[in-house]
Design a protein around this ligand. Structure first.
Ligand SMILES: NC(=O)c1ccc[n+]([C@@H]2O[C@H](COP(=O)([O-])OP(=O)(O)OC[C@H]3O[C@@H](n4cnc5c(N)ncnc54)[C@H](OP(=O)(O)O)[C@@H]3O)[C@@H](O)[C@H]2O)c1
Length: 248
């Protein structure tokens, strides 16, 4: 666990005064994003399904001298997201950054051939990867000041300009849709200078990515930090990998 003394010059204070909500913050990429944001000075609100899995992370961040809070919601449940937004609004006057990180890639989807498609697998996947992100934005945009940031954790498996090998069709469709939502929302929120971007974190060593993946969660989190702190711009609604814009 990094401590205050271990923070780098790049991270120091660049998110001071900001409040960020990160879904799926109990493990994997989301946990690394919450830790990176807190170390950069933000109050990192860890949104988790299971309070017991989030509390040790929040406690550790606080023990290290950073700001953090917890929010509990299953993001496939719009009612729970509404309660979450009300709960957080009582403690946080504004939410500057929303990171839609929580996602699923079902085992059934990994085995599914597009020519033997089970729509229920798509439905369950969209409930988290697409509708979860949309509901989070609907609930939190009213609490965001002008100039805020929305960061959607997507995947090159949803990259239409790439070559699909046919694997993970439901997951891929969910990320294509998430990317289109990113573009639509960015256009809508441009007058309020709220920047909305998608990014591909790489093949990350998490429960989803597996042990053979070649990117550590902490490295993936650096792209979220970059997007949360890049200078204000009307060029938003983009797809990123690392600090580079990539094709949709
Ligand atoms: N790993 C990769 O190689 C890779 C590559 C490209 C894109 N991504 C994207 O990166 C993001 C993070 O993935 P990861 O690798 O960190 O995955 P992970 O280790 O499997 O973590 C997924 C996170 O999402 C949460 N989550 C799942 N369903 C949820 C729900 N209904 N409500 C609230 N939270 C829910 C999980 O919470 P629980 O612990 O409660 O299940 C967990 O915190 C995802 O959007 C994924 O699509 C990952």
């Amino acid at each position: 666990m990094a401590t205050k003394t271990a923070k780098t010059a790049v991270e120091r204070g660049i998110l001071t005064g900001k409040t960020a909500v990160i879904t799926g913050a109990n493990r994997g990429v989301g946990k690394a994003i919450a830790e990176a944001f807190a170390r950069a000075g933000a109050c990192a609100i860890c949104v988790v399904r299971d309070r017991g899995q989030g509390e040790p992370i929040v406690s550790q961040l606080k023990a290290d001298g950073w700001k953090s809070d917890i929010g509990v919601a299953d993001i496939s449940n719009p009612a729970q997201i509404a309660v979450l937004a009300l709960d957080l609004a009582q403690r946080h006057p504004a939410i500057d950054i929303v990171v839609n990180n929580a996602g699923i890639f079902l085992d059934e989807d990994r085995r599914m051939r597009p020519s033997h498609f089970d729509p229920l697998v798509l439905e369950r996947t969209l409930a988290v990867n697409l509708y979860g992100a949309i509901e989070m934005c609907d609930a939190f945009i009213p609490h965001m000041p002008d100039g805020g940031r929305i960061i959607n954790v997507s995947s090159t498996m949803g990259q239409l300009s790439g070559d699909s090998d046919g694997s993970g069709p439901a997951y891929s469709i969910s990320k294509v849709a998430l990317n289109m939502y990113t573009q639509c929302l960015a256009a809508d929120l441009r007058p309020r200078r709220i920047m909305v971007d998608s990014f591909h974190p790489g093949w990350v060593k998490t429960a989803m990515g597996g042990p053979n993946a070649n990117v550590e969660p902490e490295e993936a989190a650096q792209t979220a930090l970059f997007l949360a702190t890049r200078p204000p711009s009307t060029e938003t609604g983009l797809f990123w990998r690392g600090k580079e814009i990539i094709e949709w």
